[in-house]
Design a protein around this ligand. Structure first.
Ligand code: ADP
Ligand code: MN
Ligand code: MN
Ligand code: MN
Length: 353
């Protein structure tokens, strides 16, 4: 083991009262993640026991130089798979010094929606399928693709194996285990239709925790790609032409959907989603119009459709749900770069409130 690696693995368990907490927040683009570390007394398992902190918003595109302090409030806590031991990752949301959520803080409004008694009573669950693409550093071209050229057409790559079909499996798999270690409820991973594109699923997770977990899963993924010297992209249509885009299908159910007669509740929810199709589309990620063309397993963004087993629909209901008369549905519209605080809260807002 190298000296660097030895030092990185020093066991701080020997000093159980001291932990390193990595505070994570969303930067000015609304999709970039930032983080910094501090030493605290530990162990800590409850975000409410962690101190608030601050950062320089003028360096993240979130404030002007004069009055640049932004406060961050710890909201969710995870075990740190990089530092291990009792060290933690802390998902925060961001406020002005007077306590107002800043524009990129979509969590604050989502938390309000999720605390509405009608929403609490319906115990909403989410399963989010996060697709992403791995790129070669510096050349801005997918991992495993010949630089300046293309691999063979799509077909053999989805759930594929082999050095000519699966590019970056160690990253996808390292991420899977790191997330489970952290306490993120990953239900599975798979290689996607476009080579060098992968998917992981977070869920089922109840309420706002689904979005907290998805953001931290993204954070862990970009840290792993950093170690691997590979660049992570959430662009919804990275390569124009006959190559699949990247989405974040959002599977959803409420208590009444999961109980007998639930399929009728699902159909009612879908009709409510139909009426607000435009609002949802405009909140489902930047550049999604490049992806939702009606081709490559998507529905055209200008039309709302649903169907059982239909991968060309806006909303898909699975075979099991139809057969059992209860279960969940899949909103296939969200782009890979969507903000899960926005998407998850908007779905309950439209279908329950
Ligand atoms: P697909 O067939 O579209 O590829 P996946 O298997 O990738 O679907 O993802 C489905 C996700 O839905 C998983 O994360 C799963 O845990 C989640 N899920 C399962 N049951 C429910 C439910 N009742 N409510 C919400 N999400 C659910
Ligand atoms: Mn999937
Ligand atoms: Mn997929
Ligand atoms: Mn899906």
């Amino acid at each position: 083991m190298s000296l660097l690696s030895n030092l990185l693995h020093i066991d701080l368990f020997k000093n159980p009262n001291q932990i390193i907490a990595e505070y994570i927040w969303i930067g000015g683009s609304g999709t970039d993640l930032r983080s910094k570390a501090r030493t605290l007394e530990g162990p800590v398992f409850d975000p409410a026991k962690l101190p608030k902190w601050n950062y320089d918003g003028s360096s993240t595109g979130q404030a002007t130089g004069k009055d640049s302090e932004i406060l961050i409030y710890p909201q969710a806590i995870f075990k740190d798979p990089f530092r291990k031991g009792k060290n933690v990752l802390v998902m925060c949301d961001a406020y002005t010094p007077t306590g107002k959520p800043i524009p990129t803080n979509k969590r604050s409004k989502a938390a309000e929606i999720f605390s509405h008694p009608k929403v609490v009573a319906e115990a909403p669950w989410y399963g989010i399928e996060q697709e992403y693409t791995l790129l070669q550093k510096d050349v801005d071209w997918p991992l495993g693709w010949p630089v300046g050229g293309f691999p063979g057409p799509q077909g053999p790559y989805y759930c594929g194996i082999g050095a000519d079909k699966a590019f970056g499996r160690d990253i996808a798999d390292a991420h899977y285990k790191a997330c489970l270690f952290a306490g993120i409820n990953i239900s599975g991973i798979n290689a996607e239709v476009m080579p060098s594109q992968w998917e992981f699923q977070v869920g089922p997770v109840a309420g706002i925790a689904a979005a907290d977990q998805l953001w931290v899963a993204r954070y862990i993924l970009e840290r792993i790609t950093e170690i691997a010297g590979v660049v992570l992209s959430f662009d919804p249509k990275l390569i124009p032409g006959d190559w699949n885009g990247a989405g974040a299908h959002t599977n959803f159910s409420t208590k009444s959907m999961r109980e007998d007669g639930g399929f009728n509740v699902i159909k009612e929810a879908i009709e409510k989603l139909r009426l607000r199709h435009k609002e949802h589309i405009s909140a489902y990620g930047d550049g999604n119009e490049r992806r939702l063309t009606g081709n490559h397993e998507t529905a055209n963004m200008h039309t709302f459709s649903w169907g059982v087993l239909d991968r060309g629909a806006s909303i898909r209901v699975g075979r099991e749900t139809e057969k059992n008369g209860k279960g969940y549905f899949e909103d296939r519209r969200p782009a890979s770069n969507m903000d899960p605080y926005v998407v998850t809260s908007m779905i309950v807002e439209t279908t329950i409130l």
